[in-house]
Ligand binder design. Structure first.
Ligand SMILES: C[S@@+](CC[C@H](N)C(=O)[O-])C[C@H]1O[C@@H](n2cnc3c(N)ncnc32)[C@H](O)[C@@H]1O
Length: 275
């Protein structure tokens, strides 16, 4: 059955993205969906330059699985000898209907078949690569994860105002606890409020690449492995009243509550300035 309100859209690099009615948004930029995975996440994360026995990657917002596909494809091209463990978080179980329609007409199709199989079963391995997709609200899995230290985090939910539960101070604090010292988080967003949420969670932040017509993204880490934004840029973020970040007590609040409580704090802040 084809869902008319959710539909695939071609993008400039020949790959398709998916428009989801719930978010009133497409998953990728129209300049190139697959290209965005490479340029916004895989390359800037530096994860394939690591020389480690095991590389652990957290892929937040599996979507059509392009970040996972690009990671595995590049990993194979580099003939990496490490074990690669990918954990992907995804709320939806119905995306397979659209994944079935996607073809690359090159060696990526074999990898994508493996990924589709894992989307159905939840977990699978191919050579030295293990992929697990955790279905449900990703916050519930993050809260329960222990011991694992990710070497990279692909932060790729929908935009903050549509998907606030995945961009709060508490969310980034939780992610920080789950990352290795040298790990880099990559994201397409450069909104002041998400940068401030990362800063308040104790992360160091820097500029990520800009792709297509989009503004620069953000990279973050808990150590000095990335080049941080300079003091002036950090002050500009902190001084901007609109940078008030989302808060999510217990990582369990509803989207509407997260959004409306932030607006209340912004209004309160304005009153405090006027008085
Ligand atoms: C922009 S798309 C991701 C695109 C994807 N990275 C790719 O490579 O195709 C965002 C995804 O995040 C998922 N998502 C949104 N909120 C979530 C949540 N609370 N927990 C887990 N996944 C979530 C959406 O269902 C959607 O598939």
């Amino acid at each position: 059955m084809t869902d008319k309100k959710n539909y695939l859209i071609p993008t400039a690099d020949g790959t398709s993205t998916l428009f989801l009615e719930e978010y009133d948004q497409a998953m990728h930029s129209d300049s190139g969906a697959y290209e965005e995975s490479l340029l916004k996440h895989i390359y800037p994360s530096g994860v394939l330059d690591l020389d480690a026995d095991i590389i652990n990657v957290l892929d937040v917002g599996f979507g059509l699985g392009y970040n996972t596909l690009a990671l595995i494809h590049e990993f194979k091209l580099k003939k990496k000898q490490s074990d690669l463990n990918i954990i992907s978080l995804e709320k939806e179980r119905h995306l397979i209907e659209f994944m079935e329609k996607i073809k690359f007409n090159d060696e990526r199709d074999d990898i994508y078949n493996f990924i589709k199989q894992v989307y159905r079963s939840g977990k699978g391995s191919i050579e030295n690569i293990t992929l697990e997709i955790l279905f449900g609200d990703g916050r519930n899995f993050l809260k329960k994860m222990e011991r694992i230290k990710f070497d990279a985090v692909f932060q790729d939910p929908f935009s903050p105002s549509k998907n606030p539960e995945m961009w709060s101070v508490e969310y980034f604090a939780c992610i920080k606890n789950l990352t290795a010292e040298t790990a880099i988080l990559t994201t397409y967003s450069s909104a002041d409020q998400i940068r401030r949420a990362m800063l308040e969670a104790g992360l160091i932040i820097g500029s990520g690449p800009s792709v297509g017509r989009k503004r620069e993204g953000t990279i973050a880490s808990k150590s000095g492995i990335i080049e941080p934004l300079n003091d002036e840029r950090i002050s500009n973020i902190m001084d901007n009243p609109r940078s008030e970040p989302y808060r999510d007590r217990g990582l369990s609040m509803k989207r509407e509550e997260i959004l409306s409580e932030r607006l209340d704090r912004i209004r309160e802040g304005k009153k405090a300035v006027i008085r």
